[in-house]
Design a protein. Structure first.
Length: 131
């Protein structure tokens, strides 16, 4: 499967319509981005069941700002509309495969519960758990 180009116009639909999306935030002038591109493309061929997408941070500055992208390339993985991984830097193939495997293995019910618990803790003024 080839990679999709994400823009502010299609981002929400792509992430909402797919259970597992890997997003490469990149720019054409970025050397490490160019080095990571074939690794990302190769992974898309090995994992046709996943959606691989790219955000050109120069053309899509609003998206890059919305996700607070400060360094490129940045890889983000979104599962079930939850960002479960975000890390700057060009990953070697073995590390990318490891990250994909870890993201596949996540129990998303546990992830959502953990997020909910953290939000409850943050909302409680004394730091105690809410009811």
């Amino acid at each position: 499967m080839s990679t999709l180009e994400l823009t502010k116009d299609n981002f929400d639909q792509v992430v909402t319509d797919n259970d597992f999306v890997l997003i490469d935030f990149w720019a054409s002038w970025c050397g490490p981005c160019r080095q990571f591109a074939p690794v990302f493309e190769g992974a898309s061929e090995r994992h046709p069941d996943l959606v691989f997408a790219k955000v050109d941070t120069e053309a899509q500055q609003e998206l890059a700002a919305a996700f607070e992208i400060r360094s490129i390339p940045t890889l983000m993985i979104v599962r079930d509309n939850v960002a479960v991984f975000a890390q700057p830097g060009a990953l070697p193939e073995s590390s990318l495969e490891d990250v994909i495997g870890q993201a596949r293995a996540l129990d998303m019910d546990e992830v959502r519960k953990s997020i909910e618990d953290a939000q409850k803790s943050a909302a409680a003024p004394d730091g105690s758990q809410g009811a």
